[in-house]
Design a protein around this ligand. Structure first.
Ligand SMILES: [Zn+2]
Length: 161
């Protein structure tokens, strides 16, 4: 059963210092938005949220300058950052899936070379033809298994083929 419990020091909607530090850290690490930088010199390292005398301030790791004001847009950004991070992770997973498929084709090429060219060098054209035929079957089985593994590991929504 759910019931609202007042948190110490204020209503649940109020952000704790831990909340503020978490949100500011996400903003600073997001990568796709400009991080909060030092007012002394914007080339200094990105500001770090720290707790000073009970409240969160932004400190410059390079020169130690402290900025007390945290922009409201930063504090309200958590949902957007989480959404964008999820999108980015999805894109990365799709990229890895493509990369894995390319790896499979490379494996197929290696198998075909091993089974065709090497027997050809050692045993001549007849061996190359036999090796090539075996290699083609081996490569086909290898690719089919590898692609199934990729689909199973990266795309659980797709029905098994
Ligand atoms: Zn600085």
């Amino acid at each position: 059963m759910l019931r609202s419990v007042p948190s110490p020091g204020g209503p649940v909607s109020e952000r704790t210092n831990a909340d503020i530090i978490r949100i500011v850290s996400k903003w600073q690490a997001a990568g796709f938005i400009h991080e909060l930088t030092c007012r002394v010199d914007s080339r200094h390292e990105a500001l770090v949220p720290v707790e000073r005398e009970g409240r969160v301030v932004l400190a410059c790791p390079t020169c130690g300058a402290v900025q007390e004001h945290i922009p409201a847009v930063v504090l309200g950004s958590e949902a957007v950052i989480d959404y964008n991070r999820a999108q980015a992770e999805e894109a990365l997973a799709a990229h890895e899936r493509r990369a894995a498929r390319q790896d499979v084709w490379f494996g197929v090429a290696v198998i075909l070379c091993m089974m065709t060219i090497l027997p050809g060098i050692v045993g001549g054209a007849a061996s190359a033809a036999v090796g090539g035929a075996i290699g083609a079957v081996t490569a086909f089985l290898y690719a089919r298994r590898a692609f199934r593994k990729i689909d199973a590991s990266t795309d659980p929504a797709s029905p098994p083929s």
